[in-house]
Design a protein around this ligand. Sequence first.
Ligand code: ARG
Length: 490
Amino acid sequence: MTDDDPGTAVRRDRFSGGPAREFLSSLAADAAIFEADLAVDRAHTVMLAERGIVDSAVAGEILGALDDVEAAGHDALPDGEDVHEAIETAVIDRIGPDGGRMHTARSRNDEVATCIRYRLREDLLAVVEATIALREALVEVASEHTETVMPGYTHLQPAQPTTVAHYLLSYEGGIARDTERLLDAYDRVNRSPLGAAAFAGTPFDIDRDRTAELLGFDGTVRNSTDAASARDFLAEGSTACATLATTLSGLAEDLILFSNKGFVELSDEYASTSSIMPQKKNPDTLELTRGVAGDAIGEATGTLSLLKGLPRAYNRDLQRAHASVFEIADDVREATEVAAGAVATVDWDEAALADAAGEGFSTATGVADLLAMGGMPFRTAHEIVASAAETVSDDDSPAAAAAKVDEATRKVTGESLSAHVSREDVESALDPAASVASRDSAGGPAPDAVDDELANATVRIEDDDAVLADERESLAAAAELLDAEVAEYV
Ligand code: ARG
């Protein structure tokens, strides 16, 4: 059937009954939008009755049949090209040809676009909720570790000491932006295309704002061609999920490396064993979390590839665009929840972290900073400490290392170290905990600076949680309104 046809059960079979029937059909995948389609049918039918386009008694019969179709479930639908056609057939089977009035002043093109948005809203909010829970876990564990010194890396080489709290908050910051991106995508998903019909509007005196209201949308996609054709919201939802999954994959990778180094131990619930090697405890949940990013990136790329170059208005390619986004949103949500659980329960080995924090002369930058704070040009300080780094070893006591810095200072400047800074200050700068405490610039790892950011993160999380609750409340209120309006007719 094409939507150029008025459509009857008989004509429907005219083109779609051949060998390509299964290829054409999306009915199985449409299980994901079965509930959405019922809501869209109800809202549209109520609006048609309110505008006098369909008689109230007929609307009542249609709405009653829809209840029955819902109770029977998606699997009980008659065969059809898609869920929209199958539900309509099921309604006609129950109440006769008047059931066909449900499809007045619309097309499957605006119908499916509305269903996808309706379903994706819930999925995106579920992902948002998972990001908030993960951020809560990160903040909670961070608040217990503001003084837990650990090595920080660049290029996977020991770079500068930091703290577990500062490290964890770095991910809270990233995932906060993922929450923001998802909520931002949600705003554009949450607009109704219904009433666009095939793409070119309808002569019936419909009320698009009313169906938008009954379905909880925050307005309409106005231009009817745009409304029926646009799937940029799928690209946005997909990329928001893929970006989150990419953030998660970095966190997972870190924890895998840290468990390899003995810095952390995953709780048993988030680890897995080997079927042959009895001693093994593997970070499988984190590896799978890392793996989900690959699928999510593939999904986002696939969505954009499918959309690229599609001419206006509707093209059947679009039927293949949305099922995967529901699946990937689900996978990414699950990975986010698993990451939250792993973060909340992982054990940080403070002694191992403290031992490793100063390895590889990781306090060198702090010593150079100290010399520069004593008045020396930073580049000269860098040269002195780089020269000392050639001989400083992990076994050196602070005094021995300071003596090597002194030697290097004399070599580079011809003056003693104490002409610039005191020996005690240098020895202190060589201590990882003191090194961390000295870096108290805004957003830095010093415990005081981290305390400020813990407070800021807590406020941000509460704000996002309130936005999530508001969005959910307005969806629930719309669902209640729709139920109440339906009840007027049934
Ligand atoms: N099932 C289709 C989809 O998912 C909607 C049907 C529109 N079909 C058509 N031939 N115009 O996009």
